[in-house]
Design a protein around this ligand. Structure first.
Ligand code: HEC
Length: 205
């Protein structure tokens, strides 16, 4: 299916660093009302044609953000090493998200149950799912006809240099992290752990 293909393409694109790779194997979440927010989870097969178009716009935006982040990170890692790449992540990740949001007419960002950057808090509709550490991709519809997705990002081996065990991390990386993120909760992830999610919200056009 188109959606699964898009997810597979995203998975291929996302090889490096602070971009993430949504999981593709998991079955869609069960239908659950997300308490008090007016949002409801929805099975992908139950999306209407209009909603599928919104979902596709969201996936396209995610793919664009991932590609862009990956490009900048690869360059930064090559040229400046991991501590230089931290500066790229900290400044460029939010800027890239803003530019792509504009371009695609969606809202999107990255979040986690253990945040590095406190401004990456989940949107209201995702808060409970994040707290529950939902491991599969989840789609929701909102009170104004929005379609939103919360797609898990697993920890990969190459994330370890910045999100792994503090004991194993380079001194200059730790120093940069302490400087930029004194409240960092995003270390001590092992390969395969759920690192966080990429979220997207596509309004009804
Ligand atoms: C070069 C260091 C570096 C590497 C390598 C790296 N990250 Fe990050 N990561 C960061 C920084 C810095 C931030 C905070 C950036 C921001 O403001 O969004 C961050 C933030 C995140 C966030 C947003 C949530 C939060 O905690 O603020 C996620 C999700 C994430 N990283 C996942 C990953 C994954 C998955 C990998 C491996 C594929 C990875 N990162 C590799 C430095 C790195």
């Amino acid at each position: 299916m188109k959606t699964q293909m898009a997810v597979a393409v995203i998975a291929l694109l996302l090889a490096v660093a602070c971009s993430g790779q949504p999981e593709v194997e998991k079955a869609p979440a069960e239908e659950v009302a997300v308490v008090d927010t007016g949002w409801t989870t929805v099975a992908v097969d139950d999306l209407s044609e209009t909603q599928k178009a919104q979902q596709q716009r969201g996936l396209d935006a995610i793919q664009a953000m991932a590609g862009s982040l990956m490009g900048e990170l690869t360059t930064a890692l090559d040229e400046d090493g991991p501590d230089g790449a931290i500066e790229v992540c900290s400044m460029r990740a939010p800027e890239i998200a803003a530019v792509i949001s504009n371009e695609y007419g969606v809202l999107l960002g990255r979040t986690s149950h253990r945040l590095r950057n406190q401004s990456n808090l989940p949107p209201e509709w995702a808060a409970e799912l994040v707290r529950d550490e939902v491991a599969g991709p989840t789609w929701l519809v909102g009170p104004d006809g929005q379609v939103a997705g919360l797609l898990p990002i697993p920890t990969k081996a190459e994330c370890g240099m910045c999100h792994g065990s503090r004991e194993d991390m380079a001194d200059e990386v730790l120093a940069k992290l302490d400087e930029y993120y004194p409240a960092d909760a995003a270390t001590d992830f092992a390969e395969g752990d759920l690192r966080g999610w990429i979220w997207v919200e596509a309004p009804k056009s």
